[in-house]
Design a protein around this ligand. Structure first.
Ligand code: DAH
Length: 336
């Protein structure tokens, strides 16, 4: 009897394997498990089996019945999903999947974040201001009088009675109006100038402004902070030097150079054989600016600096054309 049951299972397995459509699955189900199916017949005739064998035959019959039902369900599921797949025209389940492309940070934003992280570690916080500024914040409060020639240097885009900020320095003024000294912050942002585009100029670019006001602040503090920043950003071997310069909102003003990161100060095409490259403008905040913003310039002093993110990125990555940052060429962007 048990042998007969095993043969039934074998045959059922074979026909399930061969089944190619849902109709054959139904037929097999009827043939073995239906009202007058082979297994059902055996179970019906169980009372004729001798009493000592009955429990075992019953048990095996049930196991086989369940096994066949399970195989049928599994096969039905397989056939169903095949039907669904082939219902999509052009669907080929055997093809390898397409990789989805994951976005990443733009190189300029990577550099901007690195700059910000270094200053955050030095205790600076981060401030922001609007792109569309008034003449007051962009120029007047920063000690650019209405006819001052320094305004010409900043080829301004005018929008009705406002200006697209030509630098991030107006954020100095906005923050001074909001805060009480002592404070220190950096202010990253996009700036605009009406310039012809070439390898080193763009009418949109990015700056990071730095600003610190406290008691007893001197030029040596400015030098120290910027030297630490440059060494953290470009490496401990990079040197800094300061040259006199002019900005209306700082007095004295300076230009900071760093030893050329390409030739290590030996002289090359990039640094025009001088061994040094210009990095950023800086200086001691002009007391007039502090006064303009309601800060007691007898008590408080401070320093400021402003750097171009594109320029720093060019040096960091050894790129010689600023336009690459704005062309959205995926081959370029994937390099970072
Ligand atoms: N705002 C200046 C520019 O765009 C850069 C600058 C120079 C910012 C000196 C400063 C500074 O804060 O102290 O040319």
């Amino acid at each position: 009897m048990i042998e007969r049951l095993q043969t039934i299972l074998k045959n059922a397995e074979l026909s399930i394997m061969d089944a190619e459509d849902l109709k054959s699955i139904d037929d097999i189900r009827v043939k073995y498990l239906g009202k007058s199916g082979e297994l059902t017949e055996i179970l019906k005739g169980l009372n004729q089996v001798s009493a000592d064998l009955r429990p075992q035959v019953g048990k095996v019959s049930n196991e086989i019945k369940n096994k066949i039902a399970e195989l049928l369900d599994q096969k039905k599921e397989d056939l169903d999903s095949k039907v669904n797949q082939s219902a999509i025209p052009g669907w080929d389940p055997t093809l390898p999947g397409r990789k989805s492309v994951i976005g990443k940070m733009h190189p300029l934003m990577i550099v901007q974040k690195e700059i910000a992280d270094i200053f955050k570690n030095l205790g600076f916080d981060v401030a922001e201001g609007p792109d569309l500024e008034t003449d007051y914040y962009n120029f007047l409060a920063l000690n650019f009088p209405p006819d001052h020639p320094a305004r010409d240097a900043q080829d301004t885009f005018y929008v009705k009675n406002k200006v697209l900020r030509t630098h991030t320095s107006p954020i100095q003024v906005r923050e001074m109006e909001k805060r009480k000294p002592p404070f220190k912050f950096i202010a990253p942002g996009r700036v605009y100038r009406n310039e012809a585009i070439d390898a080193t100029h763009h009418h949109i670019f990015h700056q990071v402004e730095g600003f610190l006001v406290d008691e007893g602040i001197q030029f040596i503090h400015l030098k120290g902070v910027l030297d630490v920043f440059i060494k953290k950003f470009f490496g401990a071997e990079v040197k800094t030097r300061f040259r006199p310069s002019f900005f209306p909102f700082t007095e004295p003003s300076a230009e900071m150079d760093i030893s050329c990161v390409f030739c290590k100060g030996q002289g090359c095409r990039i640094c025009k054989q001088s061994g040094w490259v210009e990095m950023m403008g800086c200086g001691m905040i002009d007391p007039v600016v502090l006064k303009n913003c309601g800060i007691n310039d007898e008590k408080w002093t401070g320093f400021a600096f402003g750097m171009g993110v594109e320029r720093i990125a060019l040096f960091k990555y050894g790129i010689d054309d600023i336009r690459l940052f704005y062309q959205n060429d995926i081959r370029f962007l994937n390099e970072f």
